[in-house]
Design a protein around this ligand. Structure first.
Ligand code: MG
Length: 456
């Protein structure tokens, strides 16, 4: 069976594999899975969003679901709406998150507001592929209505989880770059209502993404970095297209890697009561150093925010997140939340009374090097098996892919959930060591590919 859902929902290029027909089918299958009842629907500002959202709504209604259309809002805002409304079956979110403008996608949310687990996604896939749709009779067809209160309720929820007085008193200047994505609807207002001075870039929602590409990586954020430095702001923040991720720029205009902001936010989260921090195997060892020093423990999972969120839910963890700026605060909700991450970073700056660049400089130094190697999907399993063989006799972690740990660094090699590539994450105490370990990872994949070919 073709797998429709990747690590973070269904994604594809509009008009090719992401079509109105597919959105109708996913709406019908999800509606069948939910078995009727009320379902929320939201989208990011992509140009294909109205087409796909209306198709998904039709599918949901045909299966007897009543659709509540939340319009253009961040994904975590839709999740918060579901989690706090009570009685909703879940949600569908039309978004391709950080992917380029020609992409769009569909994400399924469960009744608790969490990203749906793999088993539920597989149930929806099975309904779709086997054509087992629930077809509502004429009198049972679902209704649709709009609700524009989600953003307001969400921002109230975020503000309730931070010390607003402390943030206000610090008088911070923040440059906000939502990248013309869904964060335009919420983040500038959040920062203003927290008493900060706001300078906004790319802050009108526009699915053509005229300002920058949606993924918050250094290559896309040169404008943000320059504006932070030239305005002497305290902080810069950038979101991806659906604003579940927050990436920061420090007071000197330097890009802050997600591993570092994750470590600072983790330390702040467990400082008072200790507790467990959940993060995938791909996150830097920095988190281990910082969390252990603060009296907490780290639990590693497979890569993917739904897995991190579920592990946190099941273990009662205090905090969790990923190295890409996706951060989860369980007393707020069990999903990545860009606005909450920003609010907590502002609180941290207000309480530490030190500039972000100084807080970062005090962290243990690790150097990260990433690389990708093209591997055809049909060779994925053979390559993975060969890698385990090649790494034999060395300290290896196979939670997800193969991670080889050395005394002065590590290299993780794993297949991407969405693309025909293997990803290499290397880290070392020096840049040279990180580069050498990344090269080794790339070499191991190439060797495994050649081995796989010989075996065929
Ligand atoms: Mg996202």
């Amino acid at each position: 069976m073709t797998r429709l859902f990747g690590t973070n929902g269904i994604r594809g290029i509009v008009g090719q594999d992401m079509t109105a027909e597919l959105a109708v089918k996913v709406g019908r299958a999800a509606g069948t899975f939910f078995g009727g009842g009320s379902v929320a629907l939201a989208r990011d500002p992509r140009l294909s969003g109205p087409m796909l959202a209306r198709a998904a709504a039709s599918g949901l209604m045909s299966a007897g679901c009543d659709v509540i259309d939340l319009g253009v809002i961040p994904t975590p805002c839709a999740q918060y709406y579901v989690a706090k409304s009570g009685g909703l079956k879940g949600a569908l979110v039309v978004t391709a998150s950080h992917n380029p403008r020609e992409f769009n996608g569909l994400k399924a949310i469960d009744a608790r507001g969490m990203e749906m687990g793999h088993e539920d996604e597989e149930s929806i896939e099975a309904i779709l592929f086997e054509d087992r749709y629930r077809v509502a009779a004429w009198s049972e067809v679902g209704s649709i209505r709009a609700d524009d209160s989600a953003a307001h309720r969400y921002l109230e929820g975020v503000r309730a989880k931070v010390d607003v007085e402390a943030i206000r008193n610090r008088g911070l200047t923040v440059v906000v770059d939502p990248g013309n994505g869904a964060g335009c609807i919420t983040t500038p207002y959040l920062v203003r209502t927290l008493g900060c001075r706001v300078i906004s870039l790319n802050a009108q929602a526009d699915g053509a993404f005229p300002g920058r590409m949606p993924e918050p990586i250094p290559e896309h954020l040169d404008h943000l970095m320059r504006v932070v430095s030239e305005t002497h702001a305290d902080l810069g923040v950038a979101h991806d297209g659906d604003a579940d991720r927050a990436i920061f720029v420090d007071d000197r205009g330097a890009f802050v890697y997600g591993d570092k902001s994750l470590a600072l936010l983790a330390r702040a989260a467990i400082r008072v009561r200790g507790g467990t921090v959940v993060t995938p195997v791909s996150t830097s060892s920095l988190i281990d150093d910082v969390v252990k020093a603060a009296g907490g423990t780290v639990v590693r999972t497979r890569v993917g925010s739904p897995i991190v969120a579920r592990t946190m839910f099941e273990t009662g963890a205090a905090f969790g997140g990923e190295e890409n700026g996706g951060v989860i605060f369980p007393d707020h909700q069990f999903c990545r939340d860009g606005a909450m991450a920003l609010a907590k970073m502002l609180e941290l700056l207000a309480k530490e009374r030190e500039a972000l660049s100084e807080l970062l400089a005090a962290l243990p130094a690790y150097h990260i090097k990433k690389a990708n190697v093209a591997v055809p999907v049909e060779k994925r399993e053979a390559v993975l098996k060969a890698l385990v063989g090649l790494a034999k006799g060395r300290p290896v972690d196979t939670t997800d892919g193969v991670k080889i740990r050395e005394r002065d660094g590590s290299v993780l090699v794993r297949p991407s959930g969405t693309e025909p590539i293997f990803r290499v994450y290397a880290e070392g105490r020096t840049p040279e060591r990180a580069n050498a370990l990344a090269d080794e990872g790339v070499e191991l994949i190439k060797k495994s590919l050649r081995g796989g070919e010989r075996a065929e």
